[in-house]
Design a protein around this ligand. Structure first.
Ligand code: SF4
Length: 459
């Protein structure tokens, strides 16, 4: 496990941890200054954190819960590892799901476990920016780091997202009021555009707000692409999208004539009508604009390390989510190998949920199937999913108790500093123990199958 150098000063029972990282959202702000009461095991101050970051740190409390539960009864971690390994080794079509709130080191082990079992691995990407992962394979992307955007972007367009509430420091740290090398006057050096179906809390920071009719994002994106290429656009597009031709042409002129433009897009595009077509359209619009100026298009990611989940699964299998190993090589098929679909159809006969709570947000049909099959849950909290699990492990909290690596939403890896110890194991330790035991069980199974075959031949 990777460990970064401690950057902490202690005085009595008070410890100050500098440059800690908040893992609440994809901004992964790594400028936290945490004041820790070591005796009380509490974080008492979280300087630089936004309201969500403060909620994460200041409400942190290690719950006094059993290390593990088997069938609702208290068990040791070792007993739970044995039970979990037996479930997985005997399953015909197991799945691991979640992974967006844990370290890359754990995600890597989870991919190895499913590879060995010939099962399926999927992350929360499949219910957020999965369509973007699919679109990227088709049309590529023009991209940049958030640092480059902060220093250079003079036209920032938010489309189908509400960072004021979901990524609260996105404006101040990266794209609106941040002071950049070529944007020293902060917001005065930038034009901010917000495109959405409704008036969100992100709209007041924008210089221009364009309200598009629900379900018409693709049509608007395609019209903008046509206008960028000086093609004729049917005037009926105004009725279809609710956006006037004058507004579209004004936006196109701004996009072509800016020095450095960026399109940030959210789940308003990926989880509405059009899905991966919407993502492909906005990524293509960003690429098209490079004929005139420097332009990028990049998704805004919600969970702390959901970008890490995509990155790790992609570097190990070639695909970002929804990957199945039953043929002995990775196969990617969203809709077939994505968790919610596998549960709704009743395909999965065992599930391991890693740092996620699908029991609280999947469809009722998916949850009903999860109740019927043996589920294994690894989570610091006693979640809805943990309540319906056969085996529930209590694990330490990444970024507070556990060090490691997480990927910011722009794909930049950030090392996590710890500030408090935990009596619970990390999910990486639990997954590693399960992996080792499953390996032994599979070897034993193979040997006994071989011996049976020999006996049958001899008979
Ligand atoms: S913006 Fe996100 S990562 Fe940054 S402090 Fe707020 S919740 Fe944490």
């Amino acid at each position: 496990m990777m460990r970064v150098a401690e950057k902490a000063k202690s005085e009595g029972n008070i410890k100050i941890v500098e440059d800690a990282t908040c893992t609440f959202c994809g901004c992964l702000c790594d400028d936290m200054v945490l004041t820790v009461d070591v005796d009380a095991k509490k974080i008492t101050k979280a300087k630089n954190a936004c309201v969500l970051g403060k909620a994460l740190f200041l409400n942190y409390e290690e719950e006094d819960r059993p290390f593990a539960l088997i069938g609702g009864k208290e068990a040791t971690t070792a007993e739970a590892v044995e039970e979990a390994a037996q479930i997985l080794a005997n399953a015909r079509f197991p799945i691991i799901y979640g992974m967006s709130d844990t370290t890359c080191e754990t995600q890597r082990k989870a991919v190895g476990l499913m590879d060995m079992l010939g099962g399926t691995i999927d992350s929360t990407t499949s219910v957020c920016h999965g369509p973007t992962g699919m679109a990227l394979q088709g049309v590529g992307e023009s991209t940049a780091t958030l640092g480059e955007i902060k220093n250079r972007a003079d036209l920032v367009i938010y489309w189908g997202g509400n960072p004021a509430e979901s990524l609260p420091r996105h404006f101040a740290r990266y794209a609106v009021t941040a002071k950049g090398m070529y944007t020293p006057n902060r917001k005065k050096d930038r034009t901010i555009v917000n495109i959405d179906v409704r008036h969100t809390k992100s709209v007041p920071v924008a210089d221009i707000f364009i309200q598009v009719k629900p379900g018409a994002d693709f049509e608007l994106l395609w019209a903008l692409r046509a206008l960028v290429k000086n093609r004729h656009v049917d005037p009926n597009i105004e009725k279809k999208t609710g956006v006037s031709m004058k507004t579209m042409k004004d936006l196109v002129e701004r996009m072509k004539n800016c020095r450095y433009g960026v399109l940030f897009f959210g789940m308003g595009l990926t989880m509405t009508r059009g899905r991966h077509f919407n993502s492909a359209a906005i990524l293509s619009l960003g690429s098209d604009l490079n004929e005139y100026t420097h332009f990028i298009a990049t998704p805004m990611r919600g969970h702390g390390n959901v970008t890490g989940a995509d990155t790790v699964v992609a570097w190990q299998t070639g695909y970002p989510f929804g990957v199945n190993f039953s043929r002995g090589y990775p196969k990617f098929n969203p809709g077939e190998f994505t968790a919610t679909d596998m549960f709704v159809r009743g395909d999965a006969d065992a599930g391991l949920i890693l740092a996620s709570d699908p029991g609280s947000n999947f469809t009722q049909a998916a949850v009903d199937h999860m109740k019927k099959i043996p589920m294994i849950v690894l989570d610091p909290k006693y979640t809805h999913t943990a309540k319906l699990a056969r085996v529930a492990f209590t694990t330490a909290h990444y970024g507070i108790n556990v060090p490691g690596t997480a990927y910011r939403s722009d794909g930049v890896p950030i090392e996590l500093r710890t500030c408090l110890d935990s009596k619970y194991p990390s999910d990486e330790e639990v997954i590693t123990a399960i992996y080792r035991r499953v390996e032994q069980l599979l070897i034993a199974k193979k040997r006994s199958k071989g011996a049976n075959n020999k006996r049958q031949k001899a008979a």
